[in-house]
Write a protein of this length. Structure first.
Length: 366
């Protein structure tokens, strides 16, 4: 096994002819879970008889559970233990999951997360071969690279879904020419044409620099309401609820509502039923892309290279890397996404925005 090098050649260099059991370690966060799904589809297509298990933080386990090729999900309550380290029940739950993980043997452990917490999980698994990123690509935690037998260097400028697919190709000889397949749409019903059409505005983000200015949301919301769309604003904390309530108060009564985002499956159902999703760079926006909903993603501090929709025809990405999209750009993109999905008339200009016309430098308060 020590003779193996990347890319792995199954059936040679001391490797079995085919991997029978594969452990994927992607602990967090939501967007990263979603972006890992196409790589799992690639693995399943290349090795249809392989058993694929997934180790993940319990908060995000529902994403992994929806992929039909995933045999078992090890839902590790790592965040729960961190938040309440004195609660023995959480420790017992974590130890039970780790014992179950260690009860199996794997031909390969693939860790596309490659930070210390995922490296520890990978190291605990029983396998003769662990593969993770090289030290410079370990999310600022280079010590994680020491947990792996082989290290993969991320190609410059490659991130998100594409990066994970390329990593999987090096480890498991997958075909990255396949169409992007998140493989979870089957689990959630699409929009019901008999119900009022609604747009989900995914306005919240884990980092303030990812937010879009409230005034921009207000202007865009007015235009969407004028197109007979109801607006739904999810919230998950006090700041998001306050922002949503301020926006709803600025629009005509009865045309927008709050939605407690609840769990991941609750949010997935809400997104799957939407006629349109407009969102910042957050896991729920990436989830909407995986569910093949008409989508406009608004990038501010991060870059649009992180965005890989399953259906590019009905998806638009604006701004990024310090450039903030203006409301008129988001409105045009929304019209185009809806038209491409067959939900609006054909008289919408083709999508060919120029950055000078549609973007601005940061400055609006979120």
């Amino acid at each position: 096994m020590t003779r193996a090098v990347l890319p792995l050649r199954w059936g040679r260099d001391g490797l079995p002819a085919a991997p029978r059991r594969i452990l994927l370690v992607q602990i967090s966060a939501l967007g990263d879970q979603v972006q890992t799904l196409p790589a799992v589809s690639d693995i399943a297509a290349r090795w249809p008889d392989a058993e694929i298990d997934w180790a993940v933080d319990a908060r995000f386990a529902d994403i992994a559970r929806q992929h039909p090729a995933v045999r078992r999900v090890f839902a590790l309550p790592l965040k729960g233990v961190q938040q309440a380290p004195r609660e023995l029940a959480r420790w017992r739950a974590l130890l039970a999951e780790l014992r179950a993980l260690r009860a199996r043997r794997y031909d390969v452990v693939w860790d596309p997360h490659s930070v210390l917490k995922s490296a520890i999980v990978a190291r605990l698994a029983k396998s003769p071969l662990r593969v993770g990123y090289s030290a410079p690509d370990c999310g600022g935690e280079p010590l994680a690279a020491r947990a792996y037998h082989l290290n993969f260097s991320r190609p410059p400028g490659i991130h998100g879904t594409e990066g994970r697919r390329l990593f999987a190709r090096a480890v498991l000889d997958t075909d990255t020419r396949r169409p992007v397949d998140y493989a979870i749409r089957h689990a959630f019903p699409a929009s019901n044409p008999e119900l009022p059409a609604y747009a989900v505005l995914a306005h919240g983000a884990s980092k303030p620099e990812k937010l879009w200015p409230v005034e921009h949301w207000r202007v865009l919301g007015e235009r969407l309401i004028a197109q007979d769309l109801q607006l739904v604003l999810p919230w998950g904390n006090a700041a998001e609820r306050d922002r949503a309530e301020r926006l709803i108060a600025a629009w005509p009564a009865g045309r927008a509502r709050l939605a407690d985002r609840g769990g991941i499956t609750d949010m997935a159902r809400l997104l799957a039923g939407a006629a349109l999703v407009v969102g910042v760079d957050t896991g729920f926006s990436h989830l909407a892309a995986a569910l093949r909903r008409p989508l406009v993603m608004l990038f501010t501090s991060t870059g649009a290279e992180l965005f890989t929709p399953e259906d590019p025809a009905i998806s638009r990405a604006l701004g990024g890397n310090g450039v903030v999209p203006r409301p008129d750009a988001a409105w045009l993109a929304a019209q185009q996404a809806l038209a491409a999905a067959g939900m609006r008339g054909p008289g919408v200009p083709a999508f060919s925005p120029t950055p000078a016309r549609i973007c601005e430098r940061p400055g609006g308060a979120p």
